[in-house]
Design a protein around this ligand. Structure first.
Ligand SMILES: Cc1cc2nc3c(=O)[nH]c(=O)nc-3n(C[C@H](O)[C@H](O)[C@H](O)COP(=O)(O)OP(=O)(O)OC[C@H]3O[C@@H](n4cnc5c(N)ncnc54)[C@H](O)[C@@H]3O)c2cc1C
Length: 549
């Protein structure tokens, strides 16, 4: 492939998801990844509910379900002074195989770490013959012209260089993105929230070395507040310790790491350190998300604290937003302004999720302002009462992070130029409970259908016109207008009162990414102008200001 429609740079989860999304849409693409694909230390492990909805659309939820993270491994969050110390509080969650789907989704979140999830995304992307993945291939530079992009790549094993031409290039090349740097795009926010050290260690006996039972995440509170966390990475023998750190630069030595492990356990124990990753927790969003033909997505575009598990999930949202727009341009029905809407829709989501992740961090670190008193660490009935009071407070403080479907599902494209607002007030943007809305710009709500499917299953690769209730207009004008612009549109008629009540209008136009583009009770007088707006063909301000019925 020396000329490809889309060149993806970076084979982390976001690049792989974009390759899969484009493959699923029939868009040929090439992904280049500079490493051999080995994951030394898995980072993400929470596959959020919206990402699972994408997996449902791609038909790969069984692969995620069958990932080797044990379905019965309890997912409790446990707050302790030490594993052989006092338990201050606990948020109980069942193993991922036993968690029910929330009312707002046909899916539930999953615990599948990166070294299990990346192979699933790779398998999905590789299931399309028009998707190619090349490892040991590094982007070293590129030039963008009016007609395309010329990318220079280097084989990292031989040093051989070559030029690949593409219509579009997407940098999913992580936090220190070559693509972002080459475009001269800065990042705004806070570059250093904490200097953190992650230690992956193997300890097959871990659960038997203390009395707290199995749990997903242990959060350690000392006299200085929260200082350490340990998570069950694979639900078996591998764990990740994070020395949370502070904004002051620090380089934890091996002796520091071993001291921290001993303090966390409350005694010495046998373990094997597999890898150490020193990293900086950031709160940064790119000032722009690309140019006319070159885009950035995932960590290249936003860097956030892992508190909440939003990083990859936000990046996969970027990939899905970009995916259908690249398809529309590749197939010829996308308007001149469609790709520009990517930044307008996704950058506000990046800013929102970056801020939310930092707020979660601040909640966890609020223990450093409200320090536990010395009695918390001493035996006795009075201390038990103090522990309970402190623990109850902390359990409450942390809930926002563990119940976050509103963050995962509730992002909206309110000010997008390719969404037709209907003037209704926006519901609160909150973490929990998740508020579903069919207001234009929002993810179209999930409801179960009488035949056992979800409303989400009605949305395919193109646009969907929902006709809801017995009195819904035919939609013929919209269908004609869509056909006139080669815009793929499927009409679905549904007479189910709870769906009509949730969507609030008889006609709802849902985009290829499952977001509502427009809704009304009657067809628009000028259906062609509406179709032009939603396919990103800029039209006059007069029409955009809502003069259509
Ligand atoms: C401790 C921790 C826990 C986390 N937990 C979660 C979680 O539970 N859920 C969640 O959603 N997020 C989580 N995150 C965040 C998540 O890991 C990242 O958001 C995610 O990995 C970003 O994916 P990406 O594909 O954008 O970038 P990356 O994963 O960084 O991948 C970028 C890829 O690009 C390649 N590359 C770079 N430059 C080039 C080049 N010039 N040419 C070719 N290839 C290149 C790199 O080798 C790399 O493979 C966590 C992060 C940390 C640190």
């Amino acid at each position: 492939m020396n000329r490809v429609p889309v060149l993806i740079v970076g084979g982390g989860p976001v690049g792989l998801a974009l390759a899969g999304e484009l493959g699923w849409r029939g868009v040929p693409c090439l992904l280049v990844e500079k490493t051999d694909g080995t994951i030394e230390q898995p980072k993400m492990d929470l596959v959020g509910v919206r990402t699972m909805e994408f997996c449902r659309r791609w038909g790969i939820t069984d692969w995620v379900r069958d990932a080797p993270y044990p379905p019965d491994y309890p997912q409790d969050y446990v707050y302790v002074t030490a594993l052989n110390g006092y338990e201050l509080g606990r948020e109980r969650f069942p193993g991922r195989g036993f968690e029910a789907c929330p009312p707002e989704s046909p899916q539930k979140r999953e615990r599948v770490p990166q070294d299990m999830f990346d192979p699933i995304l790779t398998r999905f992307a590789r299931s399309f013959p028009h998707v190619a993945i090349r490892y040991n291939t590094e982007l070293v530079g590129f030039a963008e012209t009016a007609d395309g992009v010329q990318a220079n790549v280097r084989d990292t094993t031989t040093g051989k260089t070559e030029t690949i031409e593409a219509d579009h290039l997407v940098g999913t090349d992580g936090g220190s993105s070559t693509v972002r740097e080459a475009l001269g795009i800065g990042m705004s926010g806070n570059p250093a929230l904490t200097y953190t050290t992650n230690v992956l260690f193997r300890c097959p006996d871990f659960d038997r070395l203390h009395d707290k039972g199995k749990g997903y995440r242990f959060i350690f509170i000392g006299p200085e507040g929260v200082w350490l966390t340990i998570v069950a990475v694979n639900g078996a023998d591998r764990f990740r310790m994070s020395i949370v750190g502070t904004p002051e630069k620090i380089n934890h030595s091996e002796a520091d790491i071993r001291d921290a492990l001993m303090r966390a356990m409350g005694r010495d124990f046998d373990y094997e350190i597999l890898s150490v990753m020193r990293w900086v927790r950031r709160e940064l969003t790119a000032d722009r998300y690309g140019t006319a033909r070159v885009f950035i997505a995932g960590d290249a575009a936003h860097l956030m604290s892992p508190t909440g598990g939003f990083g990859m999930n936000t990046g996969i949202g970027d990939a899905v937003d970009l995916g259908w727009k690249l398809e529309a341009v590749y197939k010829g029905w996308g308007g001149d302004g469609l790709l520009a809407s990517y930044e307008m829709e996704r950058r506000p989501v990046g800013l929102r999720n970056v801020a939310e992740a930092s707020q979660n961090l601040r909640r966890m670190l609020s223990t450093r302002q409200r320090l536990p008193g010395p009695e918390i660490f001493q035996p006795g009935a009075a201390s038990d009462a103090a522990r309970k009071a402190y623990g109850d407070w902390f359990v409450d403080v942390m809930r926002n992070e563990w119940f976050a479907n509103g963050v995962m599902l509730g992002y909206r494209y309110d000010h997008s130029p390719i969404v037709w607002p209907d003037g209704t007030p926006a519901p609160a943007d909150q973490s929990h409970p998740c508020i579903q809305t069919a207001r234009p710009g929002a993810r179209a709500p999930h409801l179960w259908l009488a035949d056992g499917r979800s409303t989400l299953d009605l949305f395919g690769r193109g646009f969907t016109l929902l006709r809801l209730g017995r009195n819904a207009p035919e939609g013929a004008r919209l269908q004609r207008a869509a056909a006139g612009r080669d815009l793929p549109l499927t009409t679905v008629s549904l007479d189910q009162s709870d769906v009509l009540a949730a969507y609030q209008r008889c006609l709802v136009l849902v985009r290829p990414d499952g977001h509502v583009a427009w809704r009304a009770d009657a067809e628009p007088a000028d259906a062609t102008s509406l179709i032009d707006v939603v396919r990103g063909q800029p039209i006059s301000n007069r029409l955009q200001q809502g003069q259509m019925s």
